[in-house]
Structure formats: C-alpha cells, structure tokens
Design a protein around this ligand. Structure first.
Ligand SMILES: Cc1cc2nc3c(=O)[nH]c(=O)nc-3n(C[C@H](O)[C@H](O)[C@H](O)COP(=O)(O)O)c2cc1C
Length: 353
C-alpha cells in the first residue's frame, strides 16, 4: 500500500495481475455527493485508445465497497476496487531470467525475495486506474471551490505543440485520443505513435497540466510547497522522468528582467506573463498553475535488446511480445490531472479546515 497526502489521504493498493487494484480515500467530509458518471468519464479517458494504446481491455468499473451510500459519502474512508479481468502472466515469465531494460524488473528481482514478474506487478501503469478514480473525486471537490484542473499532450515523439494553451484548450483535448489540442496535432501525434509501434518500438513525450481558480497565497511552504508536493506526486507516476513549472529549465537561459512576471492591477492583481507557472514561494500568485511532466518511451518494446541472463550470469537478448502501450503520454494525461487534483484538494483541506 502506498499513501499520498495528509488531510485528504489517498492509499493505493493492488498489482497488475492480482484480483484487483484499488484505493482508499480518507478525509472526504460526510454528505459529499459523489458523481459516479464523472468518475466513469475520467476512467474512460485513461483507457487505451484503439491502435495507439495497449490491446489489454479492462472495463475499469469502480466498485465502492465502503464509504459511499446512495451516491453520498458517509464520512468514513472511501474504499473502492477495480477488478483485473484481462490478465495473462505467461508472457512475463522470461523476464524473471532476462529482465527488460527500462522496466522495474531488475531492481525488483534484487529487492524482493521470490519476486515473480507478472504484468509489471506493483510497478504497472495499471495502478494508475485507482489514482484516476480518486483524482476524479478530488476534482469534484475542487470544482465546488471554483478550481479546475486539466491536462493535455504538449508533445509526443518528435511532434510538439508550439502554441500557448489555456485550461479550456486542455479540457478540449479530451476529444482526441492522443490528448492533443486539435485535430491536426492529433493526426501527427497518432502517426508518430503508429510509426514507432510498426517498428516494434515506442515513443515518449510531455504532458502539460493547467489548474485555474487558486487564490493568491494558496499553498504551503518549504516541504509543503504546492510545487514540491505536486512534483512528488507526479514523479511517482510510472515512467515520469521530469517535472517543471512554468518555463522550468528554460529559465536557466533568461535574465531576471525577462523571467520575472510583472504584476499589474485591473480590478484584481494579475501577472503580465506566467514564466513561474503561477507559483512563488510555494504559493499561488493567482496566475494559472502550469507544469509539465516528461514521460519516457514505454520500456516494453518488440525490438530485441541487450540484457543479462540472471540464471546463467551471461549476456543475453530480450524482446517483448504481448500487450503494451507504444506511448504512455495520452493515458498519462489523465493520471497527471488526478495527481495534481489530489495534492491541491489535500492542501485545500489543510488550509481551510
Ligand atoms: C498509464 C501508464 C501505462 C503504462 N503502460 C506500460 C506498458 O504498457 N508497458 C510498459 O513497459 N510500461 C508501461 N508503463 C510504464 C512502466 O510502468 C514504468 O516505466 C516502469 O514501472 C518503470 O518505472 P519508471 O519508468 O518510473 O522507472 C506505463 C505507465 C503508465 C503511467
């Protein structure tokens, strides 16, 4: 079990090929309405899309086993499960001997005695399903405070979206299987995924997330800073290899006169630019919170790669057959959104209670 947050505590459990994955969400006030249709919608956005996602098919129905009665929370922990139905561990047995480069097989086999690789175990993207379900509840809570969180695909492989995007653009990306902002980008991103898949290969990319409605001064400081807590949650998503806020690493090449976001007043206090991604000192400066997360190319690929044979302690080769996402980015967009929503809702409960 793995836990995130304190006032709103989310605990994740299960494995890729165990009976189910699931979550426990503690801290949601009694009498909160839970919109199960909205959860279903968010779950469907995390599902793989035909052609560009894994052929593993799961219905991803969220079953509440505790804490929700007739669509209302009872004030206790909300416990839910999502059954794993489409499991086939046979294709994974060889990774116990020849671990996949890029996946968690090698360190897991050393760390856990008797570890057997079955669909990625606790390191599988499958565990992001409960995260999206819990994130959906967090988003419903945030909406009641006027806060919205949406993510989209900023880039996939060599195809990058060059436009500045708003939270509405990010929301509209839900209409496209790649989570691109628009049909033309969706075509090009799909083509990049399909071309890698045709070569038995994979591609990575960048998810961008935008949250609006946070008041100036919202957020913690130091280890509870809004950006540190979001970064920790987002970095926990499998295959995430970097998180940056605002202009992020590009700030290194700017002068202070270019990077500072000047303030102005037009009935409210605003910033003229948003190079800081809406966060100063760990707190919101009132501008949209903007961050990006990079996802590496999916490690399981059909192409043969070098590995070590752990039984015979010699060099060997491994190729991955079976069901894998040739690109994680489109599905990760929903997960990034959920991670950000869980952290912001947790900070909100700490700040306002
Ligand atoms: C939504 C999602 C789906 C994923 N699907 C796959 C997959 O089909 N095949 C695979 O090898 N890795 C997949 N991953 C990534 C692995 O779980 C991850 O690379 C692995 O656990 C090693 O962790 P690390 O990349 O964070 O070091 C997926 C990740 C996410 C977030």
């Amino acid at each position: 079990m793995y836990t995130l947050g304190s006032a709103l505590r989310f605990t994740l459990f299960g494995e890729s090929h165990s009976e189910c994955v699931g979550g426990i969400l503690e801290g949601v006030p009694k009498g909160t309405a839970i919109d199960e249709k909205a959860i279903e919608r968010d779950m469907s956005l995390r599902k793989p899309s035909a052609g560009i996602g894994t052929p593993r098919k799961e219905d991803d129905r969220v079953e509440f086993t505790e804490g929700v009665c007739d669509g209302m929370t009872d004030g206790g922990p909300i416990r839910f499960i999502i059954r794993n139905k489409n499991t086939d561990s046979s294709k994974y047995a060889k990774f116990n001997v020849t671990p996949r480069p890029g996946h968690a097989d090698l360190p897991a086999l050393f760390k856990f005695k008797g570890h057997e690789i079955k669909g990625g175990n606790q390191f599988s993207g499958r565990l992001t399903a409960p995260m999206v379900a819990a994130g959906s509840i967090a988003k419903q809570h945030l909406l009641t405070h006027g806060v919205e969180v949406h993510a989209f695909a900023r880039s996939i492989g060599p195809v990058a979206d060059p436009e500045e995007r708003t939270v509405l653009d990010a929301k509209a990306s839900e209409n496209y299987p790649t989570r691109a902002c628009g049909a033309e980008l969706n075509e090009r991103m799909s083509a990049a995924i399909l071309s890698a898949a045709a070569d038995g290969d994979s591609v990575g990319g960048v998810v961008e997330c935008i949250a609006v409605g946070l008041p100036i001064g919202f957020g913690g400081i130091w280890f509870e800073a809004l950006d540190s807590e979001i970064a920790k949650a987002v970095f926990s998503i499998p295959a995430c290899k970097g998180v940056e806020f605002g202009k992020g690493f590009a700030l290194a090449g700017m002068r202070g006169s270019e990077s500072n976001d000047p303030f102005f007043f037009d009935g409210g206090i605003r910033t003229k630019t948003n190079n800081m991604g809406g966060i100063l000192g760990g707190m919101s400066d009132g501008a949209p919170l903007v961050f990006r997360a990079v996802f590496k190319p999916t490690p399981s690929i059909g192409k043969e790669q070098d590995t070590v044979n752990l039984r015979e302690m010699r060099n060997d080769k491994v190729a991955v057959e079976g069901r894998h996402d040739p690109c994680i980015v489109p599905r990760a967009a929903s997960v990034v959104e959920a991670a950000a929503a869980l952290v912001i809702a947790d900070q909100m409960m700490r700040e306002y209670q």
